[in-house]
Design a protein. Structure first.
Length: 118
């Protein structure tokens, strides 16, 4: 049976970069093959450059920012999704004046192992 998750009722945790994140879909909610987290970055905040051993998708829903993908920097905002292959160095930051909102998606039922590279 499916699970209804109210975001505001979920506890706020810290990502490997030390920023706020909510684990929405994970083994805790009964998932065996999917992780979805909700993250937000205030103006000027950034996720450190890092890698994961699995693919990742970042779905941006509010604010403006930029994502570093290897040596490339690309703009992001509402309506933009970034696919990151396993092992690719990446990070992102809020370049705007309002909060940057993003959903983080991994295969597997937990936040993927993260190796900070900077």
């Amino acid at each position: 049976m499916g699970t209804r998750i109210e975001h505001e009722r979920e506890p706020v945790d810290r990502s490997p970069s030390g920023l706020a994140i909510r684990h929405l879909v994970s083994s805790r909610t009964g998932s065996s093959q999917l992780y979805v987290g909700e993250q937000w970055l205030e103006p000027g905040e950034r996720v450190l450059l890092h890698t994961h051993p699995v693919e990742e998708a970042l779905v941006f829903t509010g604010g403006t920012g930029e994502v570093t993908l290897g040596d490339e920097v690309v703009p992001v905002g509402p309506g933009v999704t970034i696919h990151i292959p396993a092992g690719e160095v990446h990070g992102f930051r809020n370049t705007g004046a309002v909060r940057l909102d993003v959903f983080v998606i991994f295969p597997g039922a937990t936040f993927a192992r993260t190796e900070i590279v900077e």
